[in-house]
Design a protein around this ligand. Structure first.
Ligand code: PEP
Ligand code: MN
Length: 354
C-alpha cells in the first residue's frame, strides 16, 4: 500500500529543528509532574511527555500511576499551555488519554512489535485526528515498523510520525538499545516527509549519552527529540539513570549544532561529480570481477569441481580485510563488501551449474 505521510505540524510551533518533547519517564505524583513541567516550560519546552501506564520488563516494579496521572497532566496544560503527550498500549489507554485532552499519543517499542496490539490500537483510533508517534519495534525489523504505521494509516490516522529509540540486543554494551541508524535512514528514504524523533534517553540508557546521541540525530536531519527529563532524576521511580533535569536539558539543547544550511555549493557539486565517476568505475570493476567468476564457474562445471573450495573464502576475507586496513578502511566494512561480492559470485556459479 502506498502511504502519503506528511510532516507533522504542532499547534503554535514552527518547523525549526529540533521539535522537543520532554518530561519524565513516568508521572509519579502531582508535585513531581507539575514541578517538572513548570521548569521545562520556563526553558521554552512546548510539548510535555509523561508515562501514565508503564510497560515494565518484570512485574512488581512501578507500573505507572494510571488515570489519576492524566488529571495532573491536564493541570500542566492549564498552567503552562504545553501540549501533552503520553504512551498508549491498549484501546482503554487511547480512550482515557483522548478523554483527558492529551494532544499527542505515542506507541511504545514493545507494543509496536505486536501486530495484534497495533491493530487494536488502530481500530480504537478510527475517527480521531490525534497525531500518533510510533516507536520502532524492539527488534530491528523495518517492515514490522512500517506495518504498524500502515495499520494506523489504513484506519484513517493520517497524522503519524515515528520515534527512533534503538533496538534491543542480547549484549548490553555502550547503548541500552543499539541505534542501527541505517534503519531510520531507510524509513526516511521510503517516506521522505515522515517526522522522525530520536529518543536518546532510551537509546543510550545513561545521562551522559543524551547529548552525543541527540547531536547525531540532528546531523542525520531528524526533525525532533523526545527526552526524559525529571525534576529529581536520582529519585525517579523508573529509568532514573537516563533522566536529566530541565536545567541540563536546556544546556544540552543549547549546545546542539543544527546544520540546516540548504545551499548546495559549487565545491560540493564538484566533489559529488567525483563520487559519481568513482561509483561508475567501481561498478564496471565489479562487473569485470563477476565475469571472471562466471568463467571460473564454467571451468568448475567442466572439471566436475564443487563451487565452494575449502579455505578460499576465508582466505579472501582475511586478505582483503588486511589489505583494506592498510588503506584505512574499517575491517567490518571490507568484510561486509567481500561477503556481498562472494555471495553474488556463488549465486552466479550456481546458475551455471544448473
Ligand atoms: C518510554 O518512552 O517511556 C518508553 C517506555 O519507551 P520505549 O517504548 O522506547 O521503551
Ligand atoms: Mn523510560
Amino acid at each position: 500500500m502506498t502511504m502519503v505521510i506528511e510532516q507533522l505540524k504542532f499547534e503554535g510551533m514552527d518547523d525549526k529543528r529540533p521539535i522537543v518533547i520532554a518530561g519524565p519517564c513516568s508521572a509519579e505524583s502531582r508535585e513531581q509532574v507539575l514541578r517538572t513541567a513548570t521548569e521545562l516550560a520556563a526553558k521554552g519546552v512546548k510539548i510535555f511527555r509523561a508515562g501514565i501506564w508503564k510497560p515494565r520488563t518484570k512485574p512488581g516494579g512501578f507500573e505507572g500511576v494510571g488515570v489519576v496521572g492524566l488529571s495532573w497532566m491536564k493541570e500542566v496544560k492549564q498552567t503552562t499551555g504545553m501540549l501533552l503527550a503520553t504512551e498508549v498500549a491498549t484501546p482503554y489507554h487511547v480512550f482515557e488519554a483522548i478523554k483527558a485532552g492529551i494532544d499527542i499519543l505515542w506507541i511504545g517499542a514493545r507494543t509496536a512489535a505486536n501486530p495484534f496490539a497495533m491493530q487494536e490500537l488502530a481500530d480504537a483510533l478510527k475517527g480521531t485526528d490525534i497525531p500518533v508517534l510510533v516507536k520502532n519495534p524492539v527488534n530491528p525489523d523495518i517492515e514490522l515498523w512500517i506495518g504498524g504505521i500502515e495499520r494506523l494509516y489504513r484506519a484513517g490516522v493520517k497524522r503519524v510520525g515515528v520515534i527512533h529509540r534503538g533496538f534491543s540486543s542480547y549484549e548490553k554494551k555502550l547503548y541500552r538499545n543499539l541505534p542501527l541508524w541505517h534503519i531510520p535512514i531507510e524509513l526516511k528514504r521510503r517516506y521522505p516527509n515522515i517526522t522522525v524523533f530520536c529518543d536518546p534517553s532510551h537509546m543510550g540508557g545513561k545521562r551522559e549519552l543524551v547529548a552525543p546521541i541527540a547531536q547525531q540525530a540532528m546531523d542525520l536531519k531528524f526533525e525532533g527529540l523526545i527526552v526524559e527529563s525529571h525534576c529529581d532524576p536520582d529519585n525517579a521511580l523508573s529509568d532514573a539513570g537516563q533522566q536529566i533535569t530541565p536545567e541540563v536539558l536546556d544546556y544540552t539543547l543549547s549546545m546542539l549544532v543544527v546544520r540546516d544550511n540548504p545551499q548546495t555549493t559549487e565545491n560540493i557539486n564538484v566533489l559529488r561529480k567525483k563520487i559519481d565517476e568513482i561509483d561508475e568505475a567501481l561498478l564496471s570493476i565489479l562487473a569485470k570481477r563477476m565475469g571472471i567468476s562466471k568463467e571460473i564457474g564454467i571451468y568448475k562445471k567442466e572439471h566436475n569441481m564443487p563451487i565452494l573450495q575449502s579455505g578460499r573464502y576465508s582466505d579472501i576475507l582475511e586478505n582483503r580485510e588486511k589489505q583494506g586496513a592498510g588503506l584505512g578502511l574499517s575491517t567490518t566494512f571490507v568484510h561486509e563488501i567481500m561477503k556481498a561480492i562472494h555471495e553474488e559470485s556463488v549465486k552466479v556459479q550456481m546458475e551455471i551449474m544448473k
